[in-house]
Design a binder for this molecule. Structure first.
Ligand code: BG6
Length: 483
């Protein structure tokens, strides 16, 4: 038998990179595109939140409006990704290019044609598009007219959109995901997460926790319906859930801390429980009853969930976290992400304070495998860092290479030693783009540098970073050569 040093990943392993429409396309009002929730978010900074404005306001900076102008430059960009040997390219379809308002009957042909052309360009190089349906960019009109996912009507708008694109790209896309990082909103105290996930702006008289559980339920039903529609259209389609995987370790072996960490994991991952198992986990049924949340969950919904289980599990992995029980902990161990995390003194962090924990990726893959028994797809991973463009056009991003190398190493161990069935790996922001969290350009993840900064300079020229050449070798050797 081969040993670990000779082992390489399966031949059809999907090496690639990941982006989202609103973070790179720009052209926010071109081709009949409607206003999306990403279009009303201003530029923040490291430690400074983005503002969500009431429509477009004069004098504000909206970084997603131009982003890196991928909309007009994608042939050259895809060529660069092909040069690295990409087998797949994960992006999203901007919902507002297809249904500018979200509640119209007919889709916008210009938007559909754009993605036809983009996918053809990818396929020309043997790069398969991997598509997220909803990646923090729902139509803003649906927020204004229906209050976002607090309304059951959203299920119909989403499934109409899903059906249209499944039919249109039936021969061009195999791997789909319904909602990006659907579980970010588990942090329901953060205004940002409820808005980006669900288009919800909480009013003073509303309980954000209840809204989150209600929105999450409608999204789970919409996702399950989309799975069924997709399989009717093409039985070969693979429809995935997509979660932000952040393992939350207990601060100590104290039983109280262990129980707290268990509840933290349950609170973050119930979304995947429902999408994968087709049913609610028992702790959550009890929790919702005990909290008197009074959610709108019908028996018909429960049947839909059962009939629309996902085919694989997509997830992002950037970091791990740690939690500790309070002195006077509640008996239900209620987890509030903005209050209940403590630092991990064993780990270094990125300049944006994200703990760096490659072994956490192997741990996460094991945890997900034991819980879900599904093929996995790592659809985001990476280091946000400040890069320096040298006079000769080079960018020496050794720190990014080290980060990616360490994570790929752990990913390989999870496959070889732990038997995880892994479809592919797509590092985040393979080309520099606008940060979702802060709206910055200077928080870069790319293997390709884009000459644009947060101070208004923007030639938008592309340059290959050192990590570009390194990742090309990784792909060429199918993950054997990480040096
Ligand atoms: C994930 C998102 O949360 O992490 C991406 O799916 C996002 O959209 C990425 O860009 C990195 O986060 P940030 O805030 O550094 O852009």
């Amino acid at each position: 038998m081969e040993n670990y040093n000779q082992f390489s990943l399966p031949k059809d392993f999907l090496w690639g990179g990941a982006v989202a429409a609103h973070q790179l396309e720009g052209a926010w009002n071109v081709g009949n595109k409607g206003l999306s929730i990403a279009d009303v978010m201003t530029q923040g900074a490291n430690g400074v939140e983005r503002k969500i404005t009431d429509g477009i306001q004069k004098g504000e900076i909206y970084p997603n409006h131009e982003a890196i102008d991928f909309y007009h430059r994608y042939p050259d960009d895809i060529k660069l990704l092909a040069e690295m040997g990409f087998k797949c390219f994960r992006t999203s379809i901007a919902w507002t290019r297809i249904f500018p308002l979200g509640d119209e009957d007919q889709p916008n042909e210009e938007g559909l044609q754009f993605y036809d052309d983009l996918f053809d360009e990818c396929l020309k190089y043997g790069i398969q598009p991997v598509i997220t349906l909803s990646h923090f960019e729902m139509p803003y009109h649906l927020v204004e007219a229906y209050g976002g996912w607090r309304s059951r009507k959203m299920i119909g708008f989403f499934t109409k959109f899903a059906r249209v694109v499944f039919q249109r790209y039936v021969d061009k896309v195999k791997y789909w995901m319904t909602f990006n990082e659907i579980n970010n909103q588990a942090n329901f105290d953060a205004r940002f997460s409820l808005f980006t996930n669900s288009g919800i702006l909480t009013r003073k008289d509303e309980d954000p926790e209840r809204l989150m559980y209600q929105a999450g339920h409608y999204e789970a039903v919409a996702s399950a319906l989309a799975v069924q529609i997709a399989h009717q259209i093409n039985s070969e389609f693979q429809i995935g859930a997509m979660i932000a995987m952040i393992p939350i370790y207990p601060a100590t072996p104290k039983p109280d801390d262990v129980l707290k960490s268990e509840r933290a994991m349950q609170s973050r991952y119930w979304f995947a429980d429902v999408q994968v198992n087709g049913r609610y986990p028992d702790w959550l049924t009890a929790y919702e009853r005990n909290q008197n949340l009074g959610l709108d969950i019908t028996l018909a919904d429960l049947d839909v969930l059962k009939a629309g289980k996902v085919d694989y599990l997509g997830f992002s992995y950037y970091m791990s976290a740690v939690t500790a029980a309070h002195k006077d902990e509640n008996l239900d161990y209620k987890y509030r992400e903005n209050q209940d995390l403590v630092p991990n003194t064993y780990l270094e962090s990125s300049d944006w304070g994200w703990p760096i924990d490659p072994e956490g990726l192997r741990y996460a893959m094991n945890w997900l495998n034991d819980r879900y028994h599904l093929p996995q797809f790592i659809v985001e991973n990476g280091l946000g860092a400040v890069d320096h463009l040298e006079k000769d056009g080079s960018v020496h991003d050794q720190y990014r290479i080290s980060y990616l190398r360490d994570h790929i190493e752990q990913m390989k161990r999870a496959v070889y030693y732990d038997g995880v069935d892994l479809i592919g790996y797509t590092p985040w922001g393979c080309i520099d783009l606008v940060s979702a969290g802060t709206g910055e350009m200077d928080k870069r993840y790319g293997l390709v540098y884009v000459d644009k900064d947060d101070q208004g300079h923007a030639s938008l020229k592309r340059y290959k970073k050192d990590s570009f050449y390194w990742y090309a070798k990784v792909i060429e050797s199918n993950g054997s050569d990480l040096n």
